[in-house]
Design a protein around this ligand. Structure first.
Ligand SMILES: [Zn+2]
Length: 64
C-alpha cells in the first residue's frame, strides 16, 4: 500500500532529473540528460570536471 509512486516528493534519495546537477547525472549515468546539457558548454565543474551549458548545473562551476 502506498508504494505506487516511484518518486516521492521528500525524504526520497532520488530527486527529479531536472533538479539534478551534472555531477549527480554523471554518477547516476543519465547520459541522455548529460548530452542535452553539454551541447554548448559555458562552464566546467572544479570538482568533477564535468562541463555544462549552464553554470547552475554544476556543484563547483567555473566559467570557461
Ligand atoms: Zn561537480
Amino acid at each position: 500500500m502506498g508504494k505506487k509512486r516511484v518518486r516521492a516528493r521528500s525524504g526520497a534519495p532520488t530527486i527529479p532529473v531536472a533538479e539534478m546537477k551534472m555531477c549527480k547525472l554523471t554518477k547516476e549515468g543519465l547520459t541522455e540528460e548529460i548530452a542535452k546539457r553539454t551541447a554548448a558548454p559555458t562552464a566546467v565543474c572544479n570538482r568533477c570536471r564535468q562541463q555544462a551549458n549552464a553554470a547552475r548545473d554544476l556543484c563547483q562551476p567555473r566559467v570557461l
